[in-house]
Design a protein around this ligand. Structure first.
Ligand SMILES: Cc1ncc(COP(=O)(O)O)c(C=O)c1O
Length: 439
């Protein structure tokens, strides 16, 4: 290359500019200086030169099937709409926001310096103790705090469980209809969710055995089947656990919205599991609010190391601030109080909604014992998808039941969330829905 002096004269800039530029290119290995001979393009840079005729490398995406619908609201217009019936919404107006912000401020002010560094991949130890106590009392889950891993909601728990328990190509039982977010998490990890039908007793274990006896895992929502709302019967729980023990398979229990029952809580499957085949997943998205992004996994002791390594590889560890605030929310009794209030509130919203759907629209409603959604069945032949698209145009976020099925002949119905909508507005919304159904 020309000397810095010649280049500076050529370009009409100061020599220092050219010297600095050359120094930078030398530091990056693109130029090399030879004493007494000048500055040259380095051998490494010459090798970097692209061949004039080389075609740009073809984009080769990875082999995994991606659930593209997740990012395409035009394929699911009900997701672009935040009106009544939106799933997963909680009664945020009833959340003790003042108290929560005081706890947060306290935690920020008293943040120990050592918590500004890296932390435990399993999460904040005192919060894990508080969750273990809560689970023992409320969900009959008996576990040590060091089996609890804090995650950013059950979605992360599902993705972690998929990676920890299943190899690409492994088959697993998946409820049909079931929770699409879980199906996507398993499919993304390369597993093959095999649809197993669900009836009024929950997952049909005998059908699972007949269809896919060699599955490596089963995903279930035993306390409140998503979306149909059935409770997995005791006999089926025992059959499922016996299969898992025989086969050495894992059961992934998604305990996503319990706490909101009619006063007789359904114990967890984990509580029945003497052989530690169950991975229990819970979330604070329903009990508090989804934007909190905190949930947990209860991991069989011999799998803790495996989960920890995978978690540490993916995102190191969960941030301590919200975990500390949540720990205090639990320990000071605010969580139990809030849950009690919400149980009453949601029971009332559920009662009003079911009544309006049955009385005003004459629809059969399923899954109204617990939870924050119900399913209104539509006559066969009525397209729930078409109804959902029309409803979205009227500002109602109605989820078609058929979108939860993996098999080709789905039942037709509407999955209706009521957590985020006051009772009076639910009645109005049912009226609007009735007009759309009549069209
Ligand atoms: C059955 C089920 N599992 C898991 C989740 C995910 O919850 P989150 O990731 O907010 O904890 C949901 C959300 O609505 C759900 O319905």
């Amino acid at each position: 290359v020309p000397s810095s002096r010649a280049l500076a004269a050529d370009l009409g800039v100061s020599r220092i500019v050219c010297v600095t530029a050359y120094q930078q290119l030398v530091a990056e290995g693109l130029l090399a200086g030879r004493v007494g001979a000048g500055t040259f393009v380095s051998d490494a840079a010459l090798q970097l030169r692209p061949a004039a005729t080389a075609a740009p490398p073809a984009g080769r995406p990875g082999p995994r099937r991606l659930p593209r619908e997740r990012l395409l609201p035009e394929a699911q217009p009900w997701l672009a709409c935040w009106g009544p019936f939106r799933l997963g919404q909680t009664a945020v107006a009833e959340f003790p926001a003042e108290l929560w912000s005081r706890l947060l401020v306290r935690c920020i002010r008293r943040q120990p310096r050592r918590q500004m560094s890296y932390g435990d991949p399993m999460g904040h130890a005192p919060l894990r103790e508080a969750i273990a106590d809560h689970l023992r009392a409320a969900r009959s889950v008996r576990c040590a705090p060091d089996q609890i891993m804090i995650v950013s909601g059950s979605q992360q728990a599902l993705a972690l469980a998929a990676r920890a328990l299943l190899a690409p190509g492994d088959e697993m039982w998946f409820e049909d209809p079931g929770y699409p977010g879980a199906r996507d998490a398993f499919a993304l990890a390369g597993a093959r969710p095999i649809p197993v039908p669900v009836d009024d007793d929950g997952l049909d274990v005998a059908a699972g055995l007949a269809r896919c006896p060699r599955a490596r895992a089963a995903y279930v929502t035993p306390s409140h089947q998503y979306p149909l709302g059935a409770v997995l019967t005791h006999a089926r729980r025992l059959a499922l656990l016996a299969w898992a023990r025989r086969r050495g398979a894992w059961i992934i229990e998604d305990d996503y919205d319990t706490g909101y029952d009619d006063g007789s809580p359904i114990p967890s499957l984990h509580g029945l599991d003497g052989d530690r085949r169950v991975i229990h997943i819970g979330t604070f998205s329903k009990a508090m609010f989804p934007a909190l992004r905190l949930g947990y996994l209860v991991i069989p002791a011999d799998l803790v190391e495996r989960f920890t390594i995978i978690r540490a590889t993916l995102d190191n560890f969960p941030g301590p601030l919200l975990q500390r605030a949540l720990d205090q929310f639990l320990r000071e009794g605010h969580f139990a109080r809030h849950l009690r209030r919400m149980r009453t509130l949601y029971a009332e919203r559920r009662r009003v909604l079911v009544h309006a759907l049955e009385r005003d629209l004459g629809l059969r409603v399923r899954g109204h014992r617990a939870g924050m959604h119900v399913v209104a069945m539509l006559p066969r032949g009525v397209s729930d998808r078409a109804v959902a698209i029309r409803a979205a145009q009227r500002g109602l976020s109605v989820t078609p039941l058929s979108s939860c099925y993996a098999t080709p002949r789905p039942a037709s119905g509407l999955v209706l969330g009521f957590g985020g909508t006051p009772a009076g507005e639910l009645v109005d919304a049912v009226r609007v829905l009735g007009r759309e159904l009549a069209r």
